[in-house]
Design a protein around this ligand. Structure first.
Ligand SMILES: Nc1ncnc2c1ncn2[C@@H]1O[C@H](COP(=O)(O)OP(=O)(O)O)[C@@H](O)[C@H]1O
Ligand SMILES: [Mg+2]
Length: 162
């Protein structure tokens, strides 16, 4: 990590469990019409975070397969549906709208892996989470809210208290 990146909102996760718990924390803050856009290379922890998020809104033992081939999997949350997308195979950003990201956000929320593929077509109301693998194997997340999420990322800088 470069020192100049340190002024944005970072969190460190030392285990998959910690990253999954963070997904649950994001789930509590997420509303209908809002997207969680995950960025980062293969193995960075996108699916781990998404699994924690989906399980927090469904059941703790919910099966959360990677939607690499179907591109989108929808779950019923307590208050609205949640779409889980993996855009690794997306060829053009417009394809995300063909598979139904817009419609999903009309009625519910979405968590999106490989958001890099959306290029300039990212949903306006969103939390961006950029995941990196630290030299010691931990994961560093850089958080940034946009649209209705502007500034709300700061609420996620500390673990949730229960
Ligand atoms: N904070 C963490 N520290 C160490 N390993 C992690 C952490 N988070 C996830 N992992 C592990 O990294 C591997 C890849 O995670 P995954 O969520 O599938 O990444 P991605 O979806 O970005 O490719 C998994 O074996 C997972 O358990
Ligand atoms: Mg994945």
């Amino acid at each position: 990590m470069q020192a100049l990146e340190r002024d944005s909102s970072h969190r460190r996760f030392d285990s998959p469990q910690a990253l999954e718990a963070f997904g649950a924390q994001v789930a509590q803050a997420l509303g209908a019409g809002e997207a969680v856009c995950l960025f980062g290379p293969l193995g960075a922890g996108k699916s781990t975070l998404a699994r924690g998020l989906v399980r927090a809104l469904t059941r703790p033992d919910q099966d959360v397969p990677s939607p690499t081939f179907t591109l989108m999997q929808t779950y019923q949350g307590p208050n609205f549906p949640l779409a889980h997308l993996d855009l690794y195979r997306l060829k053009r950003p417009e394809e995300a709208f063909e598979i139904g990201l817009d419609e999903a956000l009309d009625v519910g929320a979405a968590v999106v892996e490989w958001s890099e593929r959306l290029d300039g077509a990212l949903p306006p109301d969103r939390l961006d989470v950029r995941l990196e693998i630290a030299d010691d194997g931990g994961r560093i997340a850089t958080l940034r809210g946009h649209g209705v999420w502007t500034g709300r990322e700061h609420d996620l800088l500390r673990p949730a208290r229960d």
